[in-house]
Design a protein around this ligand. Structure first.
Ligand code: NAG
Ligand code: NAG
Ligand code: NAG
Ligand code: NAG
Ligand code: NAG
Ligand code: NAG
Length: 387
């Protein structure tokens, strides 16, 4: 039989694949699948080898840039410092699974930190061979970090009308978080930029009263949870007053009370006082300032979610309405920027009790309540028609 050069080449290949003992060379089969895990979590990298014999050891190395490579493991034992990082779990662990000729050396890294981010090399050390000939494969670990807003400097800004300010929202995180500015009340952002602004710095130029409110920055990189930063923008302005209802009705001399309500905004927080116009029978000529006493109950309800930022709700209750109470009432608000005395609420006489606190009579029960409720709705409707 004649040997041609092709058969010789095949034989040469077969021989080079065998060791001197006639065994197949160890090999790392399969690529190492890259792992993406969150900070604090766990990562697993698989190195699957075949034809591993005695004299062969499987190692994992962390290829950090500063030391070039740090050997983590030798087969199943851990080489480097391996502190306990969580109850009953060490930082590193190698779990070996054998299946026929395949052996998987799974490197488990617990309590992930950003410093664990990088390349991990698996290699088979062959005793007697130079390290250049050792089989190796490289895996990649991405440690994701949820966003943290780092520029949470000022929570409330105070400004004059016409001033400008830059609201800043710098965030760290892996991957780099997306920044979104919105207004908490759902209004559009100032300056015609729409409802959203996707940039670290939100520039507010020439602020107006309407720009006041809560601004919200959300830093999101899809790694839970996103971080949120709220900035309140307060703009100094003269008080504005609004009557909740311009007219209020009540029947007299039956221990009924009347409730007058005024919404007040302004910054700094205005002082609010109630006045009444004198009636012909009162014998007074000047506006009378009302105090919280047996006749009047003056209360302030601080901004609830239904009220706008920096708005308060003032209530004047006139107890035991009498003929002398039917007149005009003023809700007057003042701060260092100015005074507003234009809001007037008129109390007028009705035949029946008005409002939610009307008594129900024996035998009438629920129907009396619903009648008074309907009357209230009618009153509101009528009042609105005159606005
Ligand atoms: C790694 O190997 C283990 C055991 O062989 C297996 O259960 C797991 O699914 C493997 N993981 C990956 C990402 O291949
Ligand atoms: C806001 O930032 C812009 C752009 O960086 C700059 O031109 C402007 O002067 C800044 N405004 C204020 C009030 O700092
Ligand atoms: C701005 O951010 C929001 C939320 O992250 C996103 O839905 C939107 O597509 C972004 N817009 C632009 C122009 O990048
Ligand atoms: C600032 O805004 C007001 C209205 O809110 C406008 O009249 C004025 O011209 C603006 N000033 C500048 C410098 O843009
Ligand atoms: C940032 O936003 C863009 C556009 O909405 C999106 O394609 C990208 O995936 C986001 N990046 C992160 C890290 O969430
Ligand atoms: C008081 O506030 C109302 C409502 O905002 C406004 O229309 C009115 O001009 C203000 N009056 C004064 C004197 O400022």
């Amino acid at each position: 039989m004649a040997w041609d050069w092709r058969s010789l080449a095949v034989l040469a290949v077969i021989f080079t694949c065998k060791t001197v003992h006639g065994q197949l060379d160890p090999e790392i089969v399969d690529e190492i699948i890259p792992e993406i895990s969150s900070q604090g979590g766990q990562a697993k990298l698989n190195c699957t080898v075949v034809n591993k014999q005695s004299g062969h050891t499987v190692h994992w190395t962390f290829m950090n840039s500063y030391s070039g490579g740090e050997v983590i493991s030798n087969d199943q034992s851990i080489y480097i410092k391996n502190p306990e990082c969580k109850e009953a779990s060490k930082k590193y662990e190698v779990i070996v699974n054998k299946f026929n000729q395949r052996e998987t050396y799974m490197l488990v890294i617990n309590c992930l930190e950003l410093v664990d981010y990088g390349y991990y090399k698996c290699y088979i050390q062959i005793r007697g061979d130079s390290s250049e000939s050792w089989p190796s494969k490289i895996g990649y670990l991405v440690v994701q970090v949820p966003p943290t807003i780092t520029s949470k400097n000022v929570a409330v800004m105070q400004m004059d009308v016409g001033q400008s300010v830059n609201l800043s929202c710098e965030a760290s995180g892996v991957p780099r978080p997306n920044i979104t500015w919105v207004r908490s009340d759902g209004n559009l952002l100032p300056g015609g930029i729409g409802a959203l602004w996707n940039s670290t710095v939100l520039e507010l130029k020439n602020v107006s009263i309407n720009d006041r409110g809560l601004y919200k920055c959300v830093a999101d990189n899809q790694v839970r949870p996103p971080d949120v930063y709220l900035v309140g923008l307060q703009v100094f302005f003269k008080p504005e007053t609004h009557a909740v209802q311009n007219t209020v009705g009540q029947a007299q001399n039956r221990q009924f009370e009347a409730k007058l309500e005024c919404r007040v905004s302004g910054y700094p927080e205005p002082e609010v006082v109630w006045f009444r116009e004198p009636t012909k029978t009162s014998g007074q000529l000047q506006m009378e300032q009302l105090n919280d006493n047996a006749k009047y109950d003056i209360t302030k309800q601080i901004a609830t979610t239904t009220l706008r930022f920096q708005e308060s709700w003032y209530t004047l209750r006139i107890k035991n309405v009498e003929a002398n109470d039917y007149t005009k009432y003023y809700c007057v608000a003042q701060n260092r920027i100015g005074r507003n005395d234009t809001t007037m609420i008129e109390l007028f006489e009705t035949m029946e009790c008005q409002g939610a606190n009307c008594p129900t009579y024996e035998g009438q029960g629920a129907s009396a309540i619903s009648v008074s409720f309907l009357v209230t709705i009618a009153m509101v409707t009528v009042a609105k028609m005159f606005l």
